[in-house]
Design a protein around this ligand. Structure first.
Ligand code: ZN
Length: 135
């Protein structure tokens, strides 16, 4: 059976700074200059005040697990070899939430409010995914 390739991120002009940063081992989010709202996922307009005056800032990379699931069966074909793996919503200390994976730990040890720190997983020469490990 042919190996199924994992999907790669679909990017556009306003998400490219995020992927450029992860490739360099940095986690960045957006901040509205006018109302100070922290923003993730990348957007062209502040969802709080509709300003287009948005800048990129480096995030601390620290946060907590807001919610999660452990995938132990029925994973998409490209992810079968990864099971069991943890898909989690991580709430960064900056207040935004990010869908990611929890790595470098026993999936059974993951719990809500667990402190985590960003790590970086290169998937090819172009893209590096932010993932999280126990702090
Ligand atoms: Zn704003």
């Amino acid at each position: 059976m042919a190996k199924v390739e994992k999907p790669i991120p679909e990017t556009n002009t306003w998400t490219e700074p995020f992927w450029d940063a992860t490739r360099e081992g940095k986690l960045v989010i957006q901040k509205c200059v006018d109302c100070d709202q922290k923003i993730f996922y990348p957007r062209l307009i502040c969802p709080s005040c509709f300003s287009q005056n948005i800048e990129w800032i480096e995030a601390s990379g620290k946060g907590t697990v807001y919610t999660y699931t452990v995938v132990v069966n029925n994973a998409p074909s490209a992810f079968l070899d990864d099971m069991p793996y943890v898909v989690a919503v991580v709430r960064l200390d900056e207040g935004v939430q990010m869908l990611s994976n929890i790595v470098e730990c026993d999936p059974a040890s993951v719990h809500c409010d667990m402190p985590v720190k960003v790590a970086f997983k290169s998937i090819n020469d172009e893209y590096t995914l932010p993932v999280f490990k126990p702090l």
